[in-house]
Structures are given as C-alpha cells and as structure tokens.
Design a protein around this ligand. Structure first.
Ligand SMILES: CC(C)(COP(=O)(O)OP(=O)(O)OC[C@H]1O[C@@H](n2cnc3c(N)ncnc32)[C@H](O)[C@@H]1OP(=O)(O)O)[C@@H](O)C(=O)NCCC(=O)NCCS
Length: 189
C-alpha cells in the first residue's frame, strides 16, 4: 500500500498535522536557523535561502510512493494556529517495509509532549496506512530528549554505534531505535 494521494490533515488531541505551504516560511526559519535546534542533526542552522529550499522540499513531500520519498507534516497548535515544528516519515524500502521517523519542535514549546503526540500519529500512518513492518529512529545518544520521545513511543534501542560519524568537528555516536507493526498494534489495541 502507498500514500499515492496527498495526505489529509491529521488531527490529534492538541495538534493539527498538515502539509506545509509557502506561508510557513517564518515558522520554519524560526527553528531551522537555530544552532541549539540543529546541534544533533546532520545539518547546521540554516540561512534564509537554505530554509526556502527546505520548505520547497517539504511542500512537495505529501505522497509516499517510491523508496526515498518522505512525508513531511507541519505541526500546528490547535489552540493558537502557530506552527511549532515538523514531523517526517521516510520510506527506506518497500521490499523490507521499513521507514524512519523524524521530528523537530521549536524550543519555546519543548517539554509539553508535542513530539510524542505527533510521533504517535506518524506511526499510525506508517503502520495503518503504509502498512510498514518496521519504523526506526536514529539519534546522537547525547540527544536525551529525542531518545525519550522514541522510548515513550514504545521504540526499542537496538544499536549504539560508537563514534561512527565525524560531524560538526567531532566524532559522534549513533543510536538506532525501532518498533515493529505487531508491537505497535499491541500498544494501541
Ligand atoms: C527532540 C525534540 C523534538 C523533543 O520535543 P518535545 O516536544 O519537547 O518532546 P516531548 O515533550 O514529547 O518529550 C521530551 C521528553 O524528553 C525529556 N527531556 C527533555 N530534555 C531532557 C534532558 N535534558 N534530560 C532528560 N530528559 C529530557 C522530557 O522531560 C520529556 O520526557 P518526559 O515526558 O518523560 O518528561 C526537541 O527537543 C527538538 O526539537 N530537539 C531538536 C531537534 C532534534 O534533535 N530532533 C530529533 C533528531 S533525532
């Protein structure tokens, strides 16, 4: 199964997860430009031009048909209408039915459970709509907030690669988390 039609708005208790539009530039720039936000990401704080390019890719990322496609959804607070972050789901392989979850929340809104709430909705898309078998999440083990989000989603730490990447002027490590469709169903049924 695939998401051949653009994903509709997904509503959770406090959030609207919806496709990006050109009007989201300021909100995206507000967090993508910050060094504290990108500290453990593969990229550095972005310039306006870089954010414009990233926004173009996010606007286009509404269908998941081929390997390498990803779904990008803006995280909008229902209460205020503000865009406070984004969620991604990338399809690695149809053959192995595997994808990867990603998320960013603006620091002004950390600690309210928004990444976990949005992540749960993305896992539901992954398992219920895309029928994936396995979803992973990868992070720098010092990124404790991110590790906690994946644990709260019921994901298992399966690997810890020690200093396997040279990033941002230092050796960084990588932890890999995963959850299977049957594990997701056992948690949600
Ligand atoms: C990771 C991130 C998305 C979490 O967003 P969030 O909306 O604050 O996440 P949640 O509120 O759902 O959960 C965060 C959890 O981490 C915990 N946490 C946060 N900082 C922590 C710290 N320094 N030490 C220990 N726990 C920490 C919170 O207490 C919370 O756990 P709890 O519910 O058990 O109390 C956010 O920190 C972020 O955008 N970081 C920068 C981008 C990034 O690193 N993305 C992930 C790439 S792998």
């Amino acid at each position: 199964m695939n998401l051949g039609n653009p994903v509709a708005v997904v509503e959770t208790e406090r959030l609207l997860l919806r496709p990006f539009t050109p009007a989201d530039f300021s909100a995206l720039y507000a967090y993508q430009s910050r060094a504290d936000v990108t500290r453990y990401l593969l990229w550095d704080g972005r310039t306006e031009d870089q954010v414009r390019e990233a926004l173009g890719k996010k606007i286009a990322a509404t269908v998941v048909v081929s390997e390498g496609d990803f779904l990008a959804l803006a995280v909008e607070l229902k209460e205020t209408g503000a865009v406070i972050g984004d969620l991604t789901l990338e399809l690695f392989s149809w053959e192995h039915a595997c994808g990867e979850l990603g998320y960013i929340v603006h620091p002004d809104h950390h600690g309210h459970g928004y990444a976990t709430e949005g992540g749960r909705a993305m896992l539901s898309i992954a398992f219920d709509e895309l029928c994936l078998h396995r979803v992973i999440g990868r992070l720098e083990p010092r990124n404790v907030a991110s590790a906690r989000v994946l644990e709260k989603l019921g994901m298992r730490r399966e690997a810890h690669f020690v200093e396997n990447e040279y990033l941002k002027g230092e050796w960084q490590s990588e932890a890999v988390y995963a959850i299977l469709d049957r594990e997701w169903r056992a948690r949600t049924s």
